[in-house]
Design a protein around this ligand. Structure first.
Ligand code: GLN
Length: 312
C-alpha cells in the first residue's frame, strides 16, 4: 500500500499549494460541454518516488478525466503492439509549434507531426491491436490498470459529450483517412480515442503513472510492469519535445523534464530514475495547459534542481 511520509518536503509542498491556491488566472475548458462543469478551485499536487514514497496535498483523490495525458500511455501500447519502426511510418516525432487541436499533417509524409497532439493521438490509437472495439477498449483499460494499480473506468458523460461535439477531431480523422494514414474504421478509432480521454483518474494516480515511467516502466507501488522498458526512451522523448504543445520549448528550457498536460487541468512530469510529479488544477492558459500546474512545476524544478541539463 501507499505510504504517506510526513517530512519537511511535504511541508514545502503544502506551502507551494497555499501559495498558488490564490492564483485565479485562466479558464476551465468549455469546448467539451461536460468539462465546463468542473469546480475551478480544485487543486492538488502529488509526488511518487521510484522507491514508492508518496507526498500529496490538496484534492488528490478528486477524480477527473485524463484527457490528453492519455496520449502518452496509448503511444506506449501502440509501440508495443506494432514496434517502433512501423509506428514511425504512421506518426512523426516533430513538435508542431501549433495548438493541440490544429488540423495539420506533415506536408511531405502526410503523417501527423507527433503522438502528443490530437491528430497524432487519433492515429496512434487507431494502431492499437484487438479483434474488435471491445477488445481494443479492454486492452487499453488493462494498460491503464497496470500503470495505476487499480481498475479504471470511462466517464460515460464526458465520452458522449466529446463524441457528439468533437467535430475538429473528426475532421482530422477524415484528413488522415484521405491520405491513407488511418485505414481502420475511423468512427471506431475516434470512439476509442474519446474513451481513452474520458478515463477517470485522480492526481495520486497520475503521479503513480508518472513514477512508473520514471521507474523504467514498472509501477513502483505494485511492482507490475506497465510497459516494455525499451519504449521508455521513445515515450519520454516525445513528451519532452511535444508534451506541452506550443509551450513545449519554453517548458523544456525552464522546467527541463518530460511532461504532459491535458485540458482537464492535469500535468504530469517524469524525473527519470527518481520520481513522478502530478498537479491538478482546471484553470487553463490559452494553450490548454493548467496555469497553476505550470507554476508549481517551475518551482519544483528549481527547488529540487530537476532540470535534466542543470549541472550548476
Ligand atoms: N479529448 C480532448 C480533445 O481531443 C483532449 C485534448 C487535451 O487534453 N488537450 O480535444
Amino acid at each position: 500500500d501507499l505510504e504517506i511520509v510526513p517530512s519537511p518536503f511535504l511541508a514545502f509542498l503544502k506551502d507551494l499549494h497555499s501559495k498558488y491556491k490564490s492564483l485565479q488566472e485562466g479558464a476551465v475548458a468549455n469546448y467539451i460541454p461536460e468539462l465546463a462543469k468542473v469546480n475551478p478551485d480544485l487543486f492538488s499536487i502529488c509526488i511518487v518516488t521510484v522507491d514508492g514514497q508518496l507526498y500529496e496535498v490538496g484534492d488528490y483523490e478528486q477524480l477527473f478525466t485524463i484527457q490528453s495525458m492519455s496520449k502518452v500511455f496509448a503511444y506506449g501500447l501502440a509501440l508495443e503492439d506494432r514496434g517502433r519502426d512501423y509506428i514511425l511510418t504512421k506518426v512523426g516525432v516533430e513538435p508542431t509549434g501549433d495548438a493541440f487541436n490544429a488540423i495539420i499533417l506533415d506536408e511531405q509524409s502526410k503523417r501527423p507531426h507527433n503522438p502528443m497532439v490530437n491528430a497524432g493521438a487519433i492515429a496512434t490509437t487507431s494502431l492499437i491491436k484487438g479483434s474488435g472495439a471491445t477488445e481494443r477498449l479492454n486492452r487499453m483499460l488493462d494498460m491503464f490498470r497496470r500503470y495505476i494499480g487499480r481498475d479504471v473506468f470511462v466517464d460515460i458523460s464526458v465520452f458522449t459529450s466529446e463524441r457528439s461535439t468533437g467535430h475538429r477531431n473528426r475532421a482530422m480523422a477524415h484528413l488522415m483517412l484521405n491520405f491513407g494514414t488511418i485505414d481502420q474504421n475511423i468512427e471506431e478509432a475516434l470512439d476509442l480515442y474519446f474513451q481513452q480521454c474520458a478515463v477517470m483518474v485522480n492526481c495520486r494516480d497520475l503521479a503513480v503513472m508518472a513514477a512508473t515511467l520514471a521507474n523504467r516502466g514498472t509501477n513502483p507501488i505494485t511492482g507490475e510492469q506497465a510497459v516494455d522498458s525499451r519504449y521508455i526512451k521513445d515515450i519520454l522523448s516525445v513528451m519532452y519535445t511535444c508534451g506541452m504543445y506550443n509551450f513545449a520549448g519554453e517548458w523544456a528550457y525552464k522546467v527541463g523534464i518530460p511532461a504532459k498536460s491535458g485540458v482537464c487541468g492535469g500535468i504530469f512530469a517524469v524525473v527519470p530514475q527518481q520520481m513522478g510529479i502530478a498537479v491538478f488544477s482546471p484553470l487553463l492558459d490559452t494553450r490548454g495547459n493548467s496555469v497553476r500546474g505550470v507554476k508549481v512545476c517551475e518551482e519544483l524544478s528549481q527547488h529540487l534542481s530537476l532540470h535534466l541539463f542543470d549541472c550548476s
